[in-house]
Design a protein around this ligand. Structure first.
Ligand SMILES: [Zn+2]
Length: 230
């Protein structure tokens, strides 16, 4: 469990207050590299856990998804940055994370010219209002900026809010997610090869449900790209 006010946050607040001309590291709170959001030590540690070519593809199949790609395992700095992005409005983290996602895509077996559009996993309207932004959309935008792929936000609708599901097992999550998504405009995705973008691949229930909705609307294929794989 995270502390309410961990020492990293205290240190970050200290650096930000006393040295406003410097950035502070979003992970450990000490001085960050000039243009970045991490210090050199945290950047090095993050890079060290980034998946190499043979690990970017999930070893587990999540049919009907064609292929599932991730940039990092769900631990250490990568996990913490996703947490900052999702729960602490740290949108700067998205930029760093989607750089790694684009790199994972580039070394994956999925060729860019076999993809047509990037679709972020949508948040339910109530959650979107509460958080103010959809972290998957921020990541999808960053991936599109770096790859030249076309963003198609709004291709999917989230029909009902699901809770955080932390207490559910895989079968329960699959069942709860079964009808959670629908295509907003079947004409829009017909015949397209879709790259779905989300923050973390855990059981795959969310992505599988999205893929089913897109394929039912006539998408030619659906693959997944996430920051982390649990
Ligand atoms: Zn640091």
């Amino acid at each position: 469990m995270k502390q309410w006010f961990p020492k990293e946050k205290l240190q970050k607040a200290f650096v930000d207050a006393l040295f406003p001309e410097y950035n502070s590291c979003h992970l450990c709170g000490c001085f960050a590299d000039r243009a970045g959001i991490l210090c050199s030590r945290c950047a090095h540690e993050l890079h060290a856990i980034q998946y190499a070519k043979r690990h970017v593809v999930s070893p587990e199949a999540h049919a009907p998804l064609k292929i599932c790609l991730s940039a990092f395992p769900h631990r250490d700095g990568a996990r913490e940055l996703v947490h900052l992005l999702k729960y602490e409005s740290d949108c700067a983290a998205a930029d760093l994370l989607c750089e790694a996602m684009a790199a994972a895509l580039a070394i994956s077996p999925l060729a860019l010219n076999h993809l047509d559009v990037v679709v972020p996993v949508p948040l339910h309207a109530a959650r979107l209002e509460q958080r103010g932004y959809n972290q998957a959309l921020l990541l999808a935008q960053g991936v599109c900026r770096r790859t030249g792929l076309r963003l198609m936000d709004g291709a999917l609708l989230r029909l009902h809010a699901t809770d955080t599901q932390l207490h559910r097992d895989r079968a329960q999550r699959m069942e709860a997610m079964r009808h959670a998504f629908a295509s907003s405009d079947p004409q829009a995705v017909r015949g397209l090869h879709v790259l779905l973008v989300d923050d973390v691949l855990t059981t795959g229930a969310t992505a599988v449900s999205c893929a089913r909705a897109l394929l039912a609307a006539g998408a030619a294929s659906v693959s997944l790209l996430t920051v982390c794989r649990a």
